[in-house]
Design a protein around this ligand. Structure first.
Ligand SMILES: Cc1cc2nc3c(=O)[nH]c(=O)nc-3n(C[C@H](O)[C@H](O)[C@H](O)COP(=O)(O)OP(=O)(O)OC[C@H]3O[C@@H](n4cnc5c(N)ncnc54)[C@H](O)[C@@H]3O)c2cc1C
Length: 295
């Protein structure tokens, strides 16, 4: 199928982009086009105007300053995957980036686009939930800073209003007490996840867990924060049995949707196993070196 007809305008600056989108209530921003163009071709979206933001150079920056990694919205997935700055500051993010689609898509898709698209099966929203990241937006009303948990909603919904642009995401940088793990199941390398989990935790000098959060992939109608982990894991030296109990509690609270990849029960089991593996990896426990790329 071909996309429905639309007007196209190239934005030269942030103000220009916001001004252009405001002229038409059915206008949409386009960045890498890796989600929007397929949606247009399938006629799942029919904007009357596309405002291309891909030439706004100030949105393509990555910097680690005062314990915060700031990623500009136009940073490509491939930049995140290969950036030494990202790997040093938030290795969980570099690891997750290598799971996003194929190299061709990672070369064009943007971080801001993936965040605004808010697919439940996408890797970056899960990492944002695990790391307590903040989404920075700009609109005619000014800047907003929105915590990941408040940003993502159900079925591709976000806190973004019409004319509001994601400009950056701020992620707390890891330190020597940070632990992380990532695990995902997909049928083939590059496919969307059937289930997955991104874990970020901290420990004290004695190795006891002081905080733990997990963003779950394809676990519900939107990006999902795992519930119940802290009650089971914080304040102790985490072992395999504690991980098992915590995963069982968290999985019980999930309601993944059945689809072509499997029933609700199957999908819950896949997410639970991903969470178990990501937690084992984070806390450096036996079994953490299991094959991570197989379905
Ligand atoms: C075959 C295939 C496989 C894929 N597999 C995966 C996968 O495994 N994991 C995964 O996470 N993704 C996957 N993707 C999606 C890909 O990562 C996209 O690049 C990403 O979701 C969107 O980024 P984009 O820059 O291409 O956004 P676009 O397609 O340009 O835009 C997507 C949406 O975000 C809005 N938008 C874009 N930028 C902004 C902004 N700065 N502020 C506000 N709104 C904005 C647009 O209006 C649109 O609604 C896949 C895509 C394809 C085609």
């Amino acid at each position: 199928m071909k996309p429905p007809p639309f007007e196209y305008a190239v934005a030269e600056s942030l103000e220009h982009a916001i001004g252009l989108v405001e002229t038409d209530e059915d206008a949409k921003f386009i960045a890498g086009g890796q989600s929007l163009i397929p949606l247009l071709s399938l006629r799942f979206a029919s904007p009357t105007l596309l405002v291309d933001i891909s030439r706004i150079a100030e949105l393509r920056t990555v910097q680690n300053l005062d314990g915060t990694l700031t990623i500009g919205a136009l940073t490509r997935h491939a930049d995140i995957e290969h950036s030494p700055v990202v790997r040093d500051a938030v290795p969980l993010l570099s690891s997750a980036a290598s799971w996003v689609a194929h190299p061709q898509i990672r070369n064009r898709g943007t971080f801001g686009g993936a965040v605004a698209h808010a697919d439940s099966a996408a890797e970056f929203p899960a990492v944002l939930l695990a790391t307590e990241a903040t989404v920075v937006t700009l609109s005619r009303e000014g800047e907003r800073r929105i915590a990941g948990v408040d940003f993502f909603g159900s079925h591709f919904q976000t806190a973004l209003k019409h004319g509001e642009l994601v400009v950056a995401v701020e992620v707390p940088a890891a330190n020597e007490l940070t632990r992380w793990g990532f695990s995902e199941f997909a049928r083939r390398t590059g496919d969307y996840a059937i289930g997955g989990a991104a874990v970020s935790a901290t420990v004290d000098m004695q190795g006891r867990c002081t905080s733990v959060r997990a963003g779950l992939i394809a676990a519900g109608p939107g990006p999902t924060l795992a519930e119940g982990l802290e009650a089971e894991l914080v304040g102790r030296h985490v072992d395999e049995s504690a991980v098992q109990t915590a995963v069982a509690l968290a999985a019980n609270l999930l309601a993944p949707e059945a689809n072509v990849h499997g029933s609700k029960e199957y999908r819950r089991a896949v997410v639970a196993e991903s969470l178990r593996r990501a937690l084992l990896q984070a806390f450096d426990l036996a079994g953490a070196d299991i094959e991570r790329r197989s379905a």
